[in-house]
Write a protein that binds this ligand. Structure first.
Ligand code: IPM
Ligand code: MG
Length: 351
């Protein structure tokens, strides 16, 4: 029987509650598809930092590197310094494990979930491929004359050709695999940020290797507009890190909100990280009211990555059906119990 070692970092706020439910669903899938999961739980997060001063010790990081996949709940607590734990855990994993693909599906499963009039599952079915290791997130920032009236701050957007090429190639391969509109849209801002024409050029080069895939181009501002006006135009979108961060929040709303949006931080063939796109929502902590659907969708993506695409699809289908049949009545917090949703999805997967 195939066995997987899964690192579980449940984290802060609602993280532990939604993680408990995703593991229920994962266990149900393992039972049906005949594989075994060993969970390795790690306590890291803001809470742990505030108690111990520890963020992500090297020894634990080395262990995590040797796992088959990582599940993350949520990180963030207003009592910790802004960005410290996010960078020390999420960004550290993304950069040091070279998880260069941030894969963010935007799929609406039921018309009632889409805030756009007349749009639903047929129109909202796309996936964003966000470059996940550089751009404005590359850590090349600094200050001069800090705290003086003449203070200067810089944050440099770094784009390297190899990183651009590998992410664009991934996007084309994905469009082929999805076999839907077979279209990749390059999203950049090369008209104003002139150095970004490296994206436009590399995109044109890589496209030559995929004559069966159509290409489109949109500047990031226009892309946000088209998302709201004609979401049906998108199939696979590819972009640099910061633009991907922003446009996928727009995407999350089109599919029903952060209660369902999930994200894979992937290095094909290597240990990768799967997480819900939402934050830790401290005000809902410990009340059994958070919606675990986004975490369950993260598990579905993880199974696809681990070579069990059918199991992943079965989880996705269970979520989709429960939404269509109104057994999951809302994607907002507070409507149903966290554990009730986890139970009904685990049962649906178990069959
Ligand atoms: C995301 C988040 C992160 C990002 C934060 C928490 C650092 O917004 O995963 O989209 O900006 O990438
Ligand atoms: Mg974000």
């Amino acid at each position: 029987m195939k066995q997987f070692d899964i690192a579980v970092i449940a984290g802060d706020g609602i993280g532990p509650e939604v993680t408990a439910e995703e593991l229920k669903v994962l266990d149900a899938a393992a039972e049906v598809y005949g594989f075994k999961l060993d969970y390795h739980h790690y306590p890291f997060g803001s809470e742990h930092y505030l108690k111990t001063g520890e963020i992500f010790p090297d020894a634990a990081f080395e262990e995590v590197k040797g796992m088959d996949a990582i599940l993350l709940g949520a990180i963030g607590d207003p009592r910790a310094p802004v960005g410290l734990i996010e960078y020390g855990i999420i960004a550290k994993l993304r950069f040091e494990l070279d998880l260069y693909v941030n894969l963010r599906p935007v799929r609406c499963y039921d018309e009632r979930l889409c805030p756009l009039k007349g749009k639903g599952p047929k129109e909202v079915d796309m996936v964003f491929v966000r470059e996940n290791t550089e751009g404005a997130y590359s850590g090349t920032y600094g200050y001069a004359h800090k705290h003086l009236p003449i203070e200067v701050a810089t944050q440099v957007m770094v784009h390297t050709r190899p990183a651009i090429e590998r992410i664009i190639r991934y996007a084309f391969e994905l469009a082929r695999k999805r076999n839907k509109k077979k279209t990749v849209t390059m999203i950049d801002k090369a008209n104003a940020l002139r150095a970004q024409d490296i994206w436009t050029r590399v995109f044109a080069e890589v496209a030559k290797d995929f004559p069966d895939i159509k290409t489109e181009h949109a500047y990031i501002d226009a892309a946000c507009m088209w998302m709201l006006k004609n979401p049906e135009w998108f199939d696979v979108g590819v972009c640099e890190n910061l633009f991907g961060d922003i446009i996928t929040d727009v995407g999350a709303m089109l599919q029903g909100g952060l209660g369902i949006a999930a994200s894979g931080n992937i290095h094909p063939g290597r240990v990768s990280l799967f997480e819900p796109s939402h934050g830790s929502a401290p005000k809902y902590k410990g009340q059994n009211v958070a919606n675990p659907v986004a975490s369950v969708m993260a598990v579905s993506m993880m199974l696809d990555h681990l070579g069990h695409p059918q199991a992943g699809q079965q989880i996705e289908e269970a979520v989709s059906r429960a939404l269509r049949e109104n057994r999951i009545r809302s994607l907002s917090a507070g409507v149903q119990k966290t554990s009730e949703i986890g139970d009904l999805l685990a049962q649906a997967v178990a069959g």
